[in-house]
Design a protein around this ligand. Structure first.
Ligand SMILES: Cc1cc2nc3c(=O)[nH]c(=O)nc-3n(C[C@H](O)[C@H](O)[C@H](O)COP(=O)(O)OP(=O)(O)OC[C@H]3O[C@@H](n4cnc5c(N)ncnc54)[C@H](O)[C@@H]3O)c2cc1C
Length: 475
């Protein structure tokens, strides 16, 4: 298991519970994972006036005709049970004043179905609890401060990883290898993500011969703080808009439905910024009880902003990669015995636009399925002739600037073509996918192909081991 965010921790705990021996390799400390930073919550249709069917309909609508229906059904039908399981594992979700579980509303959801823990500290609460359980589990060996720098491949099958710690390399051979290394949104210069989210799992899997998919779909979160200091890009969850926060133009006018799906709100802000020439629009938090969002209140205080008096300058930032290593709905990659889960995987679930709070839900639902499938691998192991498919050098600041410029909220063929020569392989593969989809849909907006093409409904962009992109339909 590579990665100790929500997906890796939950997968390790589930596999170990089912009798597997797990080696959990994690490069960064706990607070270096995107999971630790998650503010909003987990989507699960548990309210009496809600249903998995409604959650399916909302997810398909947000996905703009590109979400894979089978994966959406799995997510929406199984997330209620995973939330119950997290509670059994000791995660304390927020309750209302009657002691019942408190459910919040977020953009694109037609019902209150978002579970929070510790207000806007959901990710921190969950990952701390799961990490504490993993650290003391007798069948889980945790290797912290250890980087997986290559996948081991023998006879067309993944048979483990090569790790590096303090300059020393070690081979870990396994019947099933699971990548849970997180997303790639920190490849864009302006981002809400921890610096390590640069698509490491994508690079590892692609070097080993696995297909990647839907790399053209990167979600730009509408409301990231604009600041001169280190908090630039700090996420202000849309849960605050669910509680009444308003978006205002530099002239003080509302210009968008604050609860529309993310792609719509982000594009409306981008258009407003282009029109006004300002670096930010204003988020008015006065209607919101900020005691419910303590880490946002802290970040604003650090930046000298008093939300009772001031509006907050915000603008879009790269936030979430809907694409990743192509997998089936049990997390199987195209390379046998390699499983991928969490943000580095692409089941096709999110289509062209992720619905808020569906990604933590995905981490738990798919991790459970991966753990079940991976513990069922029984092929013999022989590492003598294994080939190590190694990581490229990390991306440079020039690569991050080039992606923001040429593969940002709006892109075109001229800019994207420049990325095809970028030294970082994942940047080249993103460009290939963006070029292959000659239409505009959800998070992928081409100024040179401004309309959605009905012929591409339900189609996914697959980039193969040679870097060639093709569009294909997934069941
Ligand atoms: C600010 C913010 C707020 C968010 N809020 C929400 C929310 O409210 N609800 C929601 O559903 N989603 C939210 N998201 C998205 C969600 O948090 C992520 O999609 C999800 O947590 C990803 O989990 P993961 O386990 O796949 O990856 P991560 O949590 O990023 O974990 C990746 C792990 O892999 C390790 N790793 C990476 N490369 C290597 C390597 N080569 N070797 C060893 N280890 C490696 C890292 O150290 C880390 O432990 C938010 C994201 C951000 C950035």
């Amino acid at each position: 298991m590579v990665g100790a965010g929500a997906a890796g921790l939950f997968c390790a705990l589930t596999a170990a519970r089912d009798g597997a021996r797990v080696t959990l390799v994690s490069r960064s400390p706990l607070d270096g994972s995107a999971s630790y930073w998650a503010q909003g919550g987990i989507a699960a249709a548990l309210a009496s006036d809600d249903s998995p069917g409604r959650h399916v309909a909302d997810t398909l609508a947000a996905g703009r005709g590109a979400a894979r229906a089978s994966a959406v059904r799995v997510l929406c039908e199984e997330s209620p049970e995973r939330v119950r399981e997290l509670r059994r594992l000791g995660v304390r979700f927020d309750a209302d004043r009657h002691g019942s579980l408190a459910l919040c509303l977020e953009g694109g959801h037609s019902a209150r179905r978002i579970f929070h823990a510790g207000g806007s500290a959901t990710g921190r609460r969950i990952t701390r609890q799961l990490a504490a359980l993993a650290a003391t589990h007798e069948r889980i060996d945790v290797l912290e401060g250890t980087t997986a720098d290559a996948l081991l491949v023998d006879d067309g099958r993944c048979i483990g990883v090569r790790t590096r710690r303090d300059g020393e390399q070690t081979a870990i051979v396994a019947r099933a290898t699971v990548l849970a290394t997180g997303g790639a949104a920190a490849l864009w210069e302006r981002t809400t993500n921890p610096a390590g989210s640069v698509g490491v799992g994508l690079a590892l899997a692609h070097a080993a011969g696995a297909d990647l998919a839907d790399l053209e779909f990167t979600q730009f979160h509408p409301t990231a703080l604009v600041s001169d200091g280190p908090d630039d890009g700090f996420l202000i969850t849309e849960a605050v808009r669910g509680e009444g926060a308003l978006l205002l133009s530099p002239g003080g006018e509302r210009f968008v439905d604050e609860l529309a799906p993310r792609d719509e709100v982000a594009l409306a802000i981008e258009a407003e910024l282009r029109r006004s020439g300002e670096p930010a629009v204003a988020l008015d938090l006065k209607p919101v009880d900020m005691a419910r969002f303590p880490n946002i209140a802290d970040a604003l205080a650090r930046n000298g902003i008093d939300p009772r008096r001031d509006t907050v300058p915000v603008a879009p930032a790269a936030h979430y990669t809907m694409g990743g290593v192509a997998t089936d709905i049990d997390g199987r990659a195209s390379l046998p015995s390699l499983y991928v889960v969490g943000e580095c995987a692409c089941t096709g679930l999110h289509g062209a636009n992720r619905l808020a709070s569906n990604s933590l839900a995905e981490c738990f639902v798919l991790s459970h399925r991966v753990a079940v499938a991976a513990t069922d691998e029984h092929h013999p192991l022989d590492a003598r002739d294994a080939r190590a498919a190694a990581l490229p050098r990390p991306p440079s600041p020039q690569t991050l600037a080039a992606l923001w410029r040429h593969a940002g909220l709006r892109r075109d063929a001229d800019g994207l073509s420049m990325l095809l020569d970028d030294p970082y392989p994942v940047a080249r593969l993103i460009a290939a996918a963006c070029l292959a989809r000659e239409e505009s849909r959800g998070a992928h907006q081409r100024t040179d192909h401004a309309e959605a093409l009905p012929a591409l409904d339900g189609m996914h962009t697959v980039v193969d081991a040679d870097g060639a992109a093709r569009l294909e339909r997934w069941e």
